[in-house]
Design a protein around this ligand. Structure first.
Ligand code: BV8
Length: 257
C-alpha cells in the first residue's frame, strides 16, 4: 500500500466540507460476496445480466431468476461486513457533512453501522409484490411466506403476481427522488470517494463525472483502474478492506476533525 497516497487521501478527506461516498461491488468482495465483472469470480462471467437481472427475464423464467436471486440472498446471510464497510461507517461519524450512496444490494453497509445508506439499486434483503398490488412499494416479509425450493412464490396479498427482490433491475428506472438527491449531492460535494466500482452501470457511473465537472476532488479506491480512473485526482490501489481503514487511521493521527 502506498503510504504517501494514503496520507494524501487523508489530508483531502479531513478537509472536506461536504463528502460524497459512492460504493460498488468491490467493497463487498472481501466479505465473500462475488462482484459482477471480476475476471475470474465475477457473477456475470457465468451468466449474461440481460438473461437474469431484468423484469423481462423474470417474467420469462420466474422460477429460474427467482432461484438465482434466492441463492445470492442465501449467501448474504452467511457473510459479514469487512473492515472496508466499518471504515466507511467511521468516516460517516467523523466527517461534518457526508452522504453514502451504494450500488450494492447486499445490506452490508447498514450491518456495519452506517447510518443513512442510500441504496441506488435497492436491496436483495427486501422483497416486494411484482405489481405493487397494495401500494408502492408493497413490501413482503419473506419469512412469512411458505417457500418451495426452485419456485418463484406468489404475492400473499394479491395471490397473482410473483414476489421479487426489492431491487432495481436493468431497464428499470432508479427511484426518481433518490437519483435526484444523488445528482444534487454529486454537484455540490467538494470531495467524492469512489470505492470498488468498474464504472460501467449507468446512471450510477455518471456520479463521479458530475462531481469532477463541478470541481470536486475525486478519490478512487480500487484493485485496478476502472472507467472512473481517468477523471480521478487520486487513485489508491489495493483492497478497500485495507486501504480505507488505513486512511481512517491517518485522519485520526491528524487529530480531531
Ligand atoms: C436505467 C441490481 C432508465 C440487480 C443492478 C447509458 C449508457 C449505457 C447503458 C445505459 C445507459 N443508461 C441506462 C443504461 C442501461 C443500463 C446499464 O447501465 N447498462 C450497462 C450494463 C451498460 N442501466 C439501467 O438499466 C439502469 N436503469 O438507466 O433506467 C432506463 C429505463 C428503461 C430502459 C433503459 C433505461 C438500472 C441499472 C441497475 C441495474 N441493477 N443491481 C442485481 O444485483 O442483479 S446493477 C449491478 O451491477 C450492481 O448493483 C452494481 O451496480 C453493478 C455492478 O457494478 P459494480 O458495482 O461496479 O461491480 P463490478 O463487478 O462491475 O466492479 C467491481 C469493481 O470492484 C471492479 O472495478 C474491481 O476492480 C473492484 N474490486 C474488486 N475487488 C476489490 C475491488 N475494489 C476494492 N477492493 C477490492 N477488494
Amino acid at each position: 500500500m502506498d503510504r504517501n497516497r494514503i496520507r494524501q487521501a487523508a489530508d483531502i478527506i479531513r478537509g472536506a466540507k461536504q463528502c460524497f461516498i459512492s460504493t460498488g461491488a468491490g467493497i463487498s468482495k472481501e466479505s465473500g460476496v462475488p462482484t459482477f465483472r471480476d475476471a475470474l469470480t465475477g457473477l456475470w462471467q457465468k451468466y449474461n445480466p440481460e438473461d437474469l437481472a431484468t423484469p423481462e427475464a423474470f417474467l420469462r423464467d420466474p422460477d429460474g431468476v427467482w432461484s438465482w436471486y434466492w441463492g445470492r440472498a442465501e449467501l448474504l446471510r452467511q457473510v459479514e461486513p469487512n473492515p472496508g464497510h466499518y471504515a466507511i461507517a467511521d468516516l460517516q461519524r467523523m466527517l461534518p457533512r457526508v452522504s453514502l450512496f451504494t450500488q450494492n444490494t447486499d445490506g452490508l453497509h447498514a450491518r456495519a453501522g452506517s447510518p443513512d445508506v442510500h441504496e441506488l439499486h435497492g436491496s436483495l434483503t427486501r422483497y416486494r409484490c411484482f405489481n405493487h398490488c397494495s401500494g408502492v412499494p408493497t413490501i413482503i416479509d419473506i419469512g412469512t411466506v411458505a417457500l418451495e425450493p426452485g419456485k418463484a412464490p406468489r404475492c400473499p396479498y394479491c395471490h397473482e403476481a410473483y414476489i421479487r427482490p426489492d431491487e432495481v433491475w436493468f431497464n428499470e428506472n432508479l427511484p426518481v427522488d433518490l437519483l435526484d438527491q444523488a445528482f444534487h449531492q454529486a454537484e455540490t460535494c467538494d470531495v467524492m470517494i469512489v470505492v470498488g466500482t468498474s464504472g460501467v452501470v449507468q446512471p450510477a457511473a455518471s456520479l463521479p463525472f458530475i462531481a469532477s465537472q463541478h470541481g470536486a476532488s475525486v478519490i478512487e479506491f480500487n484493485m485496478a483502474p476502472s472507467n472512473i480512473t481517468p477523471i480521478t485526482d487520486l487513485f489508491i490501489a489495493g483492497p478497500s478492506g485495507e486501504s480505507l481503514p488505513a486512511v481512517v487511521a491517518a485522519i485520526r493521527e491528524g487529530g480531531a476533525l
